[in-house]
Ligand binder design. Structure first.
Ligand SMILES: C[S@@+](CC[C@H](N)C(=O)[O-])C[C@H]1O[C@@H](n2cnc3c(N)ncnc32)[C@H](O)[C@@H]1O
Length: 258
């Protein structure tokens, strides 16, 4: 179901999310921590790379990038963006099929909820493979947590209690975007730390605490001053670890704990 759904979404994804006001602000917040920690000699594996925006940016800072996604159509979008950047390659591969790749890289990156497309069983299997790594690989994931304040507030005032509480579910939630249906599971920072237990968290920070989730793009699109205010508030409050699970996403940077 997941691959076919994201195939349908691939041509609209950048317009809907990557280049939307909320998408730009949330990605900028991820980069403010990600870009300074990348190193020239690193080989990076990106999983669930979507339309490839991050892979191209990361490739400018590191030795090479292999960027992967389960959706063939997403990978086609990536190829069209390469534009002379030749240390990046794109492959249509699911996270579940990357056993060899994860062993040979220095840095594994997953942005904007790709890991939320994995069921608890699938995420656990992926964590077991990462926990078994012998290399000092960095893991850097951006995940949708369980307590997003915006989501609880917005759907409560709309009278939709099911959606307001959907992130608490362990069963997976069916989501439809642009007529594509896929399943999403939410994971708290504590659950991630428990799963990736041979790693130690270097940083856990909210992404989109005052900046809202992307389904509020149309409300915020023409409100430039308001966007500046919420973005400023995120810069102040997202650095506190306790705030991470209340944001739309959070980033977690893990290093092997020796
Ligand atoms: C919300 S998008 C995020 C895309 C991109 N990382 C970004 O920052 O915009 C989630 C992506 O995960 C991919 N995906 C879903 N399940 C996957 C799986 N099992 N293996 C690899 N990619 C997967 C989808 O095809 C989609 O491109």
């Amino acid at each position: 179901m997941q691959a076919a759904s994201f195939d349908n979404y691939a041509t609209h994804y950048d317009e809907h999310f990557t280049f939307s006001p909320v998408g730009l602000l949330q990605r900028e917040a991820v980069y403010s921590y990600l870009i300074p920690i990348l190193k020239k000699q690193q080989s990076v594996l990106e999983i669930n790379c979507g339309t490839g925006h991050d892979a191209i940016e990361i490739a400018k800072k590191v030795k090479d990038v292999v960027a992967t996604d389960v959706s063939e159509k997403m990978i086609q979008q990536c190829e069209a963006k390469k534009n002379g950047v030749n240390n990046v390659s794109f492959k249509a591969r699911s996270i579940q099929d990357l056993d060899e790749e994860i062993k040979n890289v220095d840095f594994i990156f997953s942005n904007f909820g790709g890991l939320n497309c994995l069921s608890p069983q699938e995420l656990s299997e992926f964590s077991i493979k990462c926990n078994a790594l012998n290399k000092q690989t960095d893991l850097f994931f951006v995940i949708m947590g369980r307590k997003c304040i915006w989501e609880r507030f917005y759907f409560k005032i709309k009278g939709d209690r099911t959606k307001a509480n959907r992130r608490k579910s362990n069963e997976g939630v069916s989501t439809t975007i642009n007529e594509s249906e896929f399943k999403t599971w939410y994971y708290s920072p504590k659950e991630m730390e428990r799963l990736f237990n041979t790693f130690k968290a270097q940083r856990i920070s909210g992404i989109g605490l005052f900046v809202p989730p992307s389904y509020l793009n149309s409300f915020f699109a023409n409100k430039k001053v308001l966007l500046k205010v919420v973005s400023f508030l995120d810069k102040v409050f997202c650095k506190f670890k306790w705030a991470a699970d209340y944001a739309d996403h959070y980033l977690i940077h893990l290093k092997k704990d020796n």
